[in-house]
Design a protein around this ligand. Structure first.
Ligand code: ZN
Length: 198
């Protein structure tokens, strides 16, 4: 016998498909939502749909934004000749939280992983190379220190070498295999300041 009715099961199933949500949390969320006032649930679904429909890539750095240019790329206060390359928008946010980086970013949306079949053309790499045709002094590679992150860093540095643009890699103070967004700000700053030229 099924524990819950079909529609409750369906809701739990959808919620448990979300990252980090196990079956128990999904059930808890499902019953929470069912017991909430209808206007609250509507506000949540409207917000989800609105975010999904209006958020896209910044046309310059490829971070997620609801504008044509993200606030960082649109800012005249930022140093547009220094580009920090990160894997995800969340990594960008981690560096922004330090408040100390004055350059701009480039979000790859992934890292090269031969094991997972993710090649250079599956991430925003040619978009990065296109940006380097402009006025760029330094590229700081801040991909994660995982195998994929290191592979990607190496690949990018080889691509950049012939351009003569300075290319550096953040120091490996970041724990190996650790996601950048989980690293505290002091460690991120130390990694940035201790970057080495490739
Ligand atoms: Zn941008």
């Amino acid at each position: 016998m099924e524990l819950y009715s079909d529609k409750i099961n369906k809701l739990i199933e959808e919620l448990s498909a979300l990252p980090g949500i196990g079956a128990k949390s999904a059930a808890r969320l499902a019953f929470y939502l069912i017991n909430e006032p209808e206007e609250h649930v509507k506000r949540l679904t409207d917000t989800l749909l609105d975010a999904k429909q209006s958020i896209h890539y910044c046309k310059e750095c490829y971070t997620l934004t609801d504008q044509e240019l993200c606030p960082i790329c649109a800012s005249e206060k930022r140093d547009h000749s220094t580009i920090m390359v990160v894997e995800t928008t969340r990594d960008l946010a981690a560096y922004e939280r330090t408040g100390k980086f004055e350059g701009v970013y480039h979000v790859l949306h992934g890292a090269i992983s031969p094991m997972l079949g993710i090649g250079p053309s599956d991430i925003k790499l040619k978009e990065l190379m296109r940006r380097l045709e402009g006025d760029v002094n330094e590229v700081i590679i801040a991909t994660n220190s995982s195998l994929e992150g290191e592979t990607t860093a190496m690949y990018i540095s080889k691509l950049i070498k012939p351009t003569g643009i300075k290319c550096s890699r953040i120091a490996s103070g970041v724990p190996v295999g650790g996601d950048l967004e989980n690293v505290d700000e002091v460690t991120l700053l130390r990694a940035l300041e201790g970057r080495t030229e490739l």
